[in-house]
Write a protein that binds this ligand. Sequence first.
Ligand SMILES: *Cc1c(COP(=O)(O)O)cnc(C)c1O
Length: 390
Amino acid sequence: MKNKKYLAGKHFVHIPGPTNIPDRVLRAMDKQIIDHRGPEFSEMAVRIIDNLKKVVKTKNHLIIYPASGTGAWESAIANTLSPGDKVLVYETGHFSNLWIDVARKFKLEVDVIPSDWRSGAKIELIEKKLIEDKEKKIKALMMVHNETSSGVKYNIQKISQKIQDLKHPCLLMVDTVSSLASSNFENDEWKVDVMVGGSQKGLMLPPGIAFNTVSPKALEKYRSSTLPKYFWDWEMMIENNKNGFFPYTPAVNLMFGLEEAMKILNEEGLDNVFSRHTRLANATRKAVEGWGLEIFCNCVESYSDSCTTIFSPKGIDPDHLRSVILNEFNISLGMGLSKIKGKVFRIGHLGDLNEVSLIGVLGGIEMGLSKVGYKIKKSGTQEAINYLAH
Ligand SMILES: *Cc1c(COP(=O)(O)O)cnc(C)c1O
């Protein structure tokens, strides 16, 4: 490394969140604070909640917290459950496991469906657990929609259908932090009771706000839940939100940014946003195949639209590869998390990006692979270009 204090050109943020923030969103936040109990704020908050409900496709309550996604995990649990309640969690990877940690801290009984993280949802395993649960002890199924550590997307619609078919009364809680505004998510159609979302991924905002949706069924559970809650308390939020207010100080300037981000999503059209993500994700995988590397997700229909996790070539430390790519080409890539740390690296391809920026990133990775001594047989970048040029 030449120890440069300044790297010329744009810094490419391609960790799977936080993501690039569009200039328009940055400008929208660069404003003097306003009174969060005044009319300008309350009118904006009402508009924002209405618009965000369209992104999430819900008519249920939508709650906005000044928090990171982790807070919305905790809120989903604290608002609906009581100590000793049983929850079922599908182990999707690093993020499901953190959510499990939250549940255990709250003294819930956590039944985990273990998995290899790689092969998508085995719905029959969920089905078996629900059928065995004759006494309906399982109060909630916690699912991650898009597992950011593995680059695997889970079919929430099918899982929800299974719960309906079996007439199991459990709540369906879904973490959409890295799929929101990148992959289609239909809160109401898929009968999701509680959605957990965050600002810093597909929504193209800085970290700092988090979301829950609350179905009528979840609200009913709230009434009998005895876990303590104050900051996360839904009722207090819902009451205040009716008039565009919050029980405590909201993240005002992030809300300016959120309104602008939703304008941007609206101008592109949500369906176009989703198909752009799918296309860029496909191009990324063409590149990986071209380089002759292995994609961590081994189930094609479960490929993520937001991020791709890739095994580092034999003998090459992925964190060394990432540091070469950062220092030489000014690109940040994601590291392997928990049990796959030191085995994989991750490319985030979500948020504000297009074909040209993706090709830049893939080119940088290709150069980095050469620099660390990997013999590239075929230009993956060229494969991605070929794909995107059609
Ligand atoms: C990023 C992320 C989170 C939340 O993380 P925070 O750091 O608390 O914002 C949760 N779940 C998934 C799937 C994520 O990708």
